[in-house]
Design a protein around this ligand. Structure first.
Ligand code: GTP
Length: 197
């Protein structure tokens, strides 16, 4: 049906290189388990289905425990994972999370889902401080991903934030900016650990 709101699937992006961290960011333990697993379980609670997004050469031993989307390498960086998922299920919206968000909690994810506006291209968290969309804490509607594909065919930049900044999206601010904290380095990891009881 034309006006039906697309189903919502969850995607934890864990196929990056973690160069700055020096060790696989998705496997870091903040809450008693690998962070990619922790976030997958949160998404599984609020989405119709959840998936882990991985490179072909990665973590094959966990494939039995999780639904996985393997990168098809048509694109680079985060869009590689996001658009591989879109290709598998082009009819659904994807709630995309990076695996390096140690302070994100279930309540924040529920807030994003409640705020969703499926008539726009995406619903994205943005910190109070920057006001800029966080593309890897975003619900991407199917038409938003289709537009991203069109954009990538001609754009020089493959940066998802640049695409969202120029698009019709809904921005949602978190209760506290810290909830969206992104841990890329060992120093960031230690800071995040110090915030978690
Ligand atoms: N599936 C998939 N995920 C990716 C890819 N590139 C980055 N990501 C994920 O996107 C999120 C943000 O990645 P970045 O921190 O920008 O890049 P990174 O490669 O993980 O880390 P650096 O090497 O330190 O830049 C992380 O959750 C990554 O795992 C990719 O090619 N495929």
């Amino acid at each position: 049906m034309q006006n039906e709101v697309p189903k919502l699937y969850g995607l934890v992006l864990a196929g990056g290189k973690s160069t700055r961290m020096g060790t696989d960011k998705g496997l870091l333990n903040y809450h008693g388990k690998p962070q990619q697993e922790f976030l997958y379980e949160l998404l599984d609670k609020v989405c119709d289905q959840a998936f882990l997004s991985l490179r072909e050469d990665q973590n094959q031993s966990i494939l039995n425990d999780f639904k996985v989307v393997v990168d098809n390498n048509e694109y680079r960086g985060p869009f590689n994972g996001i658009l591989s998922a879109h290709k598998m299920h082009p009819e659904v919206a994807w709630l995309v999370l990076a695996c390096d968000l140690p302070l994100l909690d279930l309540q924040s994810i529920k807030t994003l889902v409640k705020s969703r506006n499926a008539r726009q291209l995406a619903t994205s968290f943005a910190t109070n401080q920057s006001g800029l969309p966080e593309p890897l804490i975003t619900i991407w509607e199917p038409k938003g991903l289709q537009k991203a594909i069109e954009h990538l065919s001609s754009a020089e930049s493959t940066c998802p934030r640049k695409f969202l900044i120029n698009s019709d999206i809904k921005l949602v601010t978190p209760e506290r900016d810290e909830l969206l904290y992104n841990a890329n380095s060992l120093e960031d990891y230690q800071f995040a650990k110090s915030k978690i009881q």
